[in-house]
Design a protein around this ligand. Structure first.
Ligand SMILES: NC(=O)c1ccc[n+]([C@@H]2O[C@H](COP(=O)([O-])OP(=O)(O)OC[C@H]3O[C@@H](n4cnc5c(N)ncnc54)[C@H](OP(=O)(O)O)[C@@H]3O)[C@@H](O)[C@H]2O)c1
Length: 433
């Protein structure tokens, strides 16, 4: 192997610039770790005239993908352009040309990861995508390598910084969802069209990738049930707080007896849960392993240099494999068959807030309806609204099946004494009271 490895980039935006900076600034360390130097040779961009915030004097900028994908000197292609179809075609072409690929593209990996991995395996190439989940946190390596000896039972993640920022601001500043979103947009934490973040799709993509690797099963994006935080009301965060919980958008995945449950939903999390302390734009993934017990991986989920660290670590892994002559040998084929867990097997505690008539016997009618479905209450709050002659009732159930809860909720809406079911959320953990 030569004393220099050449890397080609597809994209030179926020992440691509970070990759160039990191490779440039860490030359000595890279040479020491790898026994060779690493050089970014050429970069695909859309606009050659654009001002770049990195020095590109020694790099060929091009608008022709073949200048990267067909250059025999380039061993490793880093895809940081985003999007799905074009990026996918480029990556497949890179594998055909026997180049190893590192990608940060969660949208693409969530949708087409298995197909791309297949193409990599057929061509004896490496395909790494650490940066696609939780930016700078080495969570995929943590799962695939660090916990490879364990049996992972459950994953819970705060894997979207935008929604965590919005919920943290609502919680700490007492502002509405709309105001918190506006602030996040002004600070650059949320896009002008925030749908993919606030509707939970971005987190769902990351949970699909995490679930595949943690449980060695073929988790598809459609397997992930998604509810976002759009329009969430401050009152629910405030009642949650009173009861010992904090609201987070939680990606949850669990796999037992070949039965899979993966979802993303706003969740009232006990303040004593390790994830409850993850604030603002930070990310964290909580992993529960049969042998290791509780672990948590915490850090920045995005940003130029944090994300670049994950990418350059992948580049280093690919170069190490090249030097050892073991590329294209990742054992990450799904091992287990998958079936989705039916609602009768999905267990959880639930928070409900409703308006009811302010008269005697109302609460007993509601609790009878739940008891008939074997659901009991753990915490109850009731605040009469004398002016409107109604009562606001909040309760948290003990653990029950999703099927029983859904059934009780449907019947609850039909009760004469219930004027409106305002909201309901999953609850995780026991509140410290
Ligand atoms: N930003 C983060 O913190 C972060 C974190 C984790 C993962 N990611 C993922 O990393 C990827 C890149 O994100 P980013 O924030 O760096 O995006 P970005 O700032 O928008 O940069 C995209 C780059 O790709 C180039 N590009 C896009 N489409 C192209 C095309 N069709 N042909 C040629 N060049 C094209 C653009 O060229 P021009 O510069 O000429 O326009 C630009 O340099 C995405 O998949 C994203 O999901 C980002």
């Amino acid at each position: 192997m030569e004393n220099k490895v050449s890397v080609g980039l597809l994209g030179l935006g926020v992440v691509g610039s970070g990759v160039i900076k990191l490779i440039e600034n860490h030359q000595e360390k890279l040479a020491h770790q790898l026994g060779c130097s690493v050089q970014v040779k050429s970069v695909l961009v859309r606009d050659l005239e654009k001002n770049r915030d990195v020095n590109t004097n020694e790099i060929v900028l091009t608008t022709n993908p073949d200048d990267v994908l067909n250059d025999p000197e380039i061993d490793i292609v880093v895809e940081v352009m985003g999007g799905i179809d074009e990026a996918k075609q480029h990556i497949l072409k890179a594998f055909s040309a026997k180049k190893h690929v590192v990608s940060a593209n969660k949208d693409l990996v969530a949708l087409h990861g298995p197909e791309l991995q297949d193409a990599a395996n057929r061509n004896k190439c490496d395909f790494y995508y650490e940066a696609s989940v939780a930016g700078g946190i080495p969570i995929l390596r943590g799962i695939v390598d660090g916990l490879s000896s364990d049996h992972i039972q459950k994953l819970m993640g705060i894997v979207n910084g935008t929604t965590n920022y919005i919920l943290t601001q609502m919680d700490s500043e007492g502002v509405s969802y709309e105001d918190a979103l506006k602030e996040a947009q002004e600070l650059g934490f949320a896009e002008s069209d925030p749908s993919s973040d606030v509707d939970g799709l971005d987190a769902a993509r990351k949970m699909a990738i995490l679930g595949r690797l943690a449980f060695s099963t073929a988790v598809d994006l459609e397997d992930v049930e998604v509810t976002g935080i759009r329009g969430i009301e401050l009152e629910d965060l405030q009642y949650g707080d009173k009861l010992g919980y904090t609201m987070k958008l939680i990606g949850y995945a669990n796999f037992d007896n070949h039965e899979l449950e993966v979802n993303v939903q706003p969740t009232l999390l006990s303040k004593s849960h390790p994830l409850a302390s993850v604030k603002n734009e930070f990310n964290a993934v909580y992993v529960y392993g049969e042998a290791v017990g509780e672990t948590m991986f915490y850090g920045p989920g995005a940003g130029s240099l944090p994300t670049a660290t994950a990418i350059v670590s992948d580049v280093i892994s690919a170069i190490k494999n090249l030097r050892l002559g073991v590329t294209g040998n990742q054992f990450i084929e799904p091992h287990f068959k998958k079936e989705l867990k039916t609602p009768d097997k999905r267990r959880g505690q639930y928070y409900v807030r409703l308006y009811a008539k302010d008269e005697a016997g109302v609460f007993s009618t509601i609790s009878t309806l739940f008891h008939e479905r074997e659901i009991s209450f753990k915490r109850i709050l009731q605040t009469p609204d004398k002016k409107h002659e109604l009562a606001e009732i909040i309760f948290i159930t003990h653990e029950t099946s999703l099927e029983n809860f859904r059934n009780a909720l449907e019947k609850l809406k039909d009760l004469d004494v219930v004027l409106e079911v305002k909201s309901y959320y999953k609850v995780e953990g026991d509140a410290v009271t």
